[in-house]
Design a protein around this ligand. Sequence first.
Ligand code: DGY
Length: 322
Amino acid sequence: MKPRILVTRRWPDAVERLLAERFDTTFNQDDKALSAAELSEALEQFDAVLPTVSDKLPASVFAQTAVRTRLLANFGVGFSHIDIEAARARGITVTNTPGVLTDCTADIALSLLLAVARRAGEGERQLRAGDWKGWCPTHMIGAKVSGKTIGIIGMGRIGKATAKRAHFGFDMKVVFYNRSKVDDEAVRTMGARQLDSVEAVLAEADFVSLHCPGGAENRHLINAARLKAMKPGAFLINTARGDVIDQQALVEALESGVIAGAGLDVYDGEPAVPAALTSLDNVVLLPHLGSATEETRVAMGMRAVDNLTAFFEGRAVPDRVA
Ligand code: DGY
């Protein structure tokens, strides 16, 4: 008998076709995010559940007695929406999809960086509203990007890919903070300097780009004090997870000019975005688009299929996180 699996959201067609061939698959035709109660029920009914970032799986979801699920094959590299300890305690293996979304997420980080520094969002809004009065020497002056310093917080795959684009594309100097030592060919070729603390990076960087995991360990890593520790005129970019920033403190820093601007792809409590953010002009806001390309979303799905297939064939899963 084929394993019974649940795909919690719509996935790219090619991946859904493959899942339907290999497994007894239930799809979410409506593509509506499941509630906690529905996710709990799914753990009782399916051999594997394939969640993604819009599915919250705290310890309470795992608390019911009869868990049938043996694998959570997450669609995405970040897994802070899953209580890993609770999954482990119920004997559930958890996998993710690393590597395949590195380039596209780094591309979005650079898009945000350029858009906020050069006021692209503001400019587009002005033009579409019919308010552009024509070229003049003082119109919508932004900040130069080329040659500035980028500070990377979390020098993993995506941090390095972002730094690489900034350095080789825009001649930027790279400083970074990472908990463990990073000293590889990629970092050496960019002449990137690892600094001892987040504060040391904030003191040097004109652009700070976040690439660390979300969840308890990094919750509000960027708080009011650290926003104040950024250089005057600096910009903050977040393509990691919304909870890494204290959103209220960010709003205050943007309103008061403590920092010059921010580019955000992720939010604490998304899809809700505070009105205080959407009403500000010095922030560029994207709806969690980091991995949203045809190539990457298919690759993420195929990676999850590889994990599922290996698991149910009794082989080691390639991307185990628990
Ligand atoms: C990821 O893979 O973590 C992206 O943010 C999409 O979930």
